[in-house]
Design a protein around this ligand. Sequence first.
Ligand code: UT7
Length: 368
Amino acid sequence: MSPYAHITGWGMAVPENVLTNFELEKIVATSDEWIISHSGIRERRIAQDGQTCSSLASEAALKALELANVYPTDVDLIIVATSSPDQIFPATACSVQDAIGAKNAGAFDLSAACTGFIYALDMASNAIRSGSIKTALVIGSETLSRFVNWQDRNTCILFGDGAGAFVLQASQEPGGFLGSVLRSDGSGADLLTLPAGGSKQPASPTTVKNGSHYIQMKGREVFRFATRVMAQSTTEVVQKANLNLQDIQLIVPHQANQRIIETAAKSLNFPLERIMINIDRYGNTSTASIPIAVCEAVQNGKINQGDRIVFVAFGAGLTYGAALVQWSGPLPVKRKVHPARYRWFARLRSLTLRWWRRIEGWIWGKHA
Ligand code: UT7
């Protein structure tokens, strides 16, 4: 019998640095009142110098592994969903693999903007269900503050930095990932984009002068699209599993705008108390928003074993989609994991490898 893919660990990492609406008032022509009434955001976290997409992702991943009681060396696959990777290549997921010491894992980045975490969850779950892997790390991680034009009040008030991670494990116990709906509408690509720095518009003094290396967004149009597809994807994923909305205990939506979430709840006729919202404290952390919201929902007792939960998102692409899961929690295991020790081992291993490559290069250079 093919296995089920269970979420057995979860973890989040956000920078300590808080940027409030009041502080933003000093940077651009905006106000705390406008930001709260138009988006629901009060503050967001901003990565400090040295903090990167991969470092936040690694921190969240280690917390998720600790909770799941899984050794990094047992991980078969790492997917990092992100729109703000450390660099175009190599993949941020490879840096995470090295940092946490997951030496048996394949690793790649997934680009589906804010819907990325749902896409990644689907890919990893189906790899587990097919029997090709047993354990996966699915991570959403962002440092969007590095791609925001701090003079553009249409965008700079919205985004925040952070990461969230899930451990997925194979088990014959029914539950876990129950299904998903993944969609895109590329005709809306220009509504939310970071135009420069790719092969179509390589970075140049002109692209920098034009500000094309910053996020550009037609907020109104994205808003209209979002309110339509959030409710549509939720309905579709629930119907696909032969369930109805009464069978769903919690919806965890992408935290882009409180008004979008409220509009979707209204058109679904779903009680707002059963929708997880924490946008006020983190802003829009893109791929990280759903796993961060899940971590806080568990902490606040909003998620219990056996609950059926819908994750739903939309984003640049335009992409959208939803996933339905039955909450399981950590699988029973006897061993004890010490992630702090792993971090130390992983760092030592990485430094030793680096030095070894240097010595090798020096020897081969001498004998060439
Ligand atoms: O993960 C996906 C990411 N993207 C999104 O989710 C974006 C979805 N869209 C939105 O969340 C909303 O469209 C925004 C919050 C971005 C904007 O809210 P809105 O109600 O759609 O405002 P608007 O863009 O239509 O602008 C209304 C007015 C404009 O002034 P005028 O032309 O009416 O005089 C803007 O210039 O508000 C002005 N405005 C601001 N005023 C104060 C725009 N941004 C600001 C601001 N502070 N930060």
